[in-house]
Every structure is written in C-alpha cells, then in structure tokens.
Design a protein around this ligand. Sequence first.
Ligand code: NAD
Length: 265
Amino acid sequence: MADNLRDGTACITGAASGIGRATSLAFARDGCRKLVLGDLSSAGLNETRTMILQMYPTAKVVTCVMDVANVEQVESFHATAVEKFGRIDFTANIAGYGHLPTPSVELKSSEISKSFAVNLKGVFLCEQAQIRQMLKQSPLDGFESRGSIVNVASLCATIAMPGMTGYSATKGGALGLTRGDALDYGPHQIRVNCVAPGNIITPMLSGVMGEEHMAIMAGITPLRRLGRPDDIANAVVWLSSPMACYLTGVNLPVDGGLALSTGPF
Ligand SMILES: NC(=O)c1ccc[n+]([C@@H]2O[C@H](COP(=O)([O-])OP(=O)(O)OC[C@H]3O[C@@H](n4cnc5c(N)ncnc54)[C@H](O)[C@@H]3O)[C@@H](O)[C@H]2O)c1
C-alpha cells in the first residue's frame, strides 16, 4: 500500500500513545507525509513525532496539545491543519478513555462525565470540524471522496462486557455518529467509518486488565492472541485509502474473532 496516501493530510487524535501512535506511523509508512497529531500529552506527542521523523525524515509533523472535549481546542487543532497544509483528507478519531470495570450503579458521576466527554462528545466535535472542512474541498487526485473519517470505537459498542456499561454507552454513541454522518454526508462524497478493536495491548488495556485476565482473553480469542496497535492502525489506514472507496458507515471489527466467542465473560 506504499504511497497510496501521497499528497494527503491526516489529522489523528490520541496520537501520543497506543493505537493513535501506531496509526500515525502507519499513515507515514503508507505515504501520507503531512501529519497533524493531537493529544493531551505533550511528551507523548513529541515521542511519536520523533519516531516518525527517524523513520520518514521527509515527513512534516505538526503536534498540538489539545483536549477533544473542548470545542475551541478542537477547532484550533483542525484550523492548524488547514493553515499548514491547506486541507484535511484523512482523519482518525482515536483519543479515548476507559474507566475501570465497574457496574453502572457504582460508576462515579465524574467517571461518567469523563467517558462521555472524551469518547462521545470528543468524536462529535472532531467530526463536525472535519466535515466542515471536507465540504469546502475537492477530492485529491486518485480519490473519489473529498475526505475520509475513521472513528475508533470498540467491540463494546455492539457487545456487552461485564462492568463496561458506561464505556459501551459512549462507544455505541460513537458508532451512531459514524452511521448518521455517513448517511448525511455520503451524498457530499465524505466517507465515515468505524473500527471496533477487540483487546489490544496498549497502556489503556494494561490499565484496566491484569496479566491473568489478558491471558484468559487471548485464550478465548479465535486467533489465540491479543491484538497489537498495528492491527488497528492497518485497518484505519486501509479504510482511509482509495481501496475502500465504496465503503461508508461500516463498523469493522478488528478483534481476532473475539466477537464470535461465547465467553467466558
Ligand atoms: N486497547 C484496547 O484494547 C482498546 C479496545 C477497544 C477500543 N479501544 C479504543 O482505542 C482508542 C485508543 O486507545 P489505546 O488503547 O491506544 O489507549 P492509550 O491510553 O494508549 O491512548 C489513548 C490516548 O488518548 C489520549 N487522550 C485521552 N483523553 C484525551 C482527550 N480528552 N483529548 C485528547 N487526547 C486524549 C491519551 O492521552 C492517550 O494518548 C481509544 O478510543 C480506546 O477506547 C482500545
């Protein structure tokens, strides 16, 4: 797929860690050398930027410390992309927050607010800014669409997991946003898709799941391993590419087949 995304500009949130970092590197690997990376963590963004520049010295990488739940910061993040590179072609809305497994009646109000702010409102605000810009631009050469948006939700958007009701509600909402905007903006040649990761080895997963639990989850996954950040990054980049030009509104599970498993949960 090398060079498939040449000439495009990508905006990626959650780029300081895990799946967002892997996705930023995967965009650069596949030829997209204009990258605008957002996250709360300045140190993490700098690390991602350094990794990209070591491997792809011709890349232009702009980093923005930003909170996806803050409308001014979201607008300024996307305005920076347009100021620097003139357009926004590919976006990956990856920033996310996972509360510890907690039955919903015990979930603190602060945790509910944070989950909804990052995982749902954040995706909503980013999609608004992205679609507004995409509506103003023509497709890049070799592309049929004016832009591609990929939201990283979760398997929890469509299947229940113990103690994850709060998280599931926000990820189900992100899937709703994906489908609604795919329907409304398909006629304007904007594609909006979703990736549903299973259990992916990142700081977020180790924060909510111990080693023993991870081994159990790997054991009930049909492909018998947990996912790697690259597994998700490759799906995001493929969905953004012209090879996926007739796909919109899909929810693509990248979970080693976990959604097929019957438990034990
Ligand atoms: N790891 C998994 O098993 C898994 C499974 C399903 C879905 N996901 C989803 O994948 C996405 C990436 O998760 P990850 O596993 O790479 O986690 P991670 O913790 O490694 O990375 C998440 C990143 O999001 C950033 N972030 C958090 N709140 C933010 C905010 N308000 N504004 C901007 N940035 C913010 C964090 O600073 C961090 O860099 C999340 O949306 C997560 O819900 C992960």
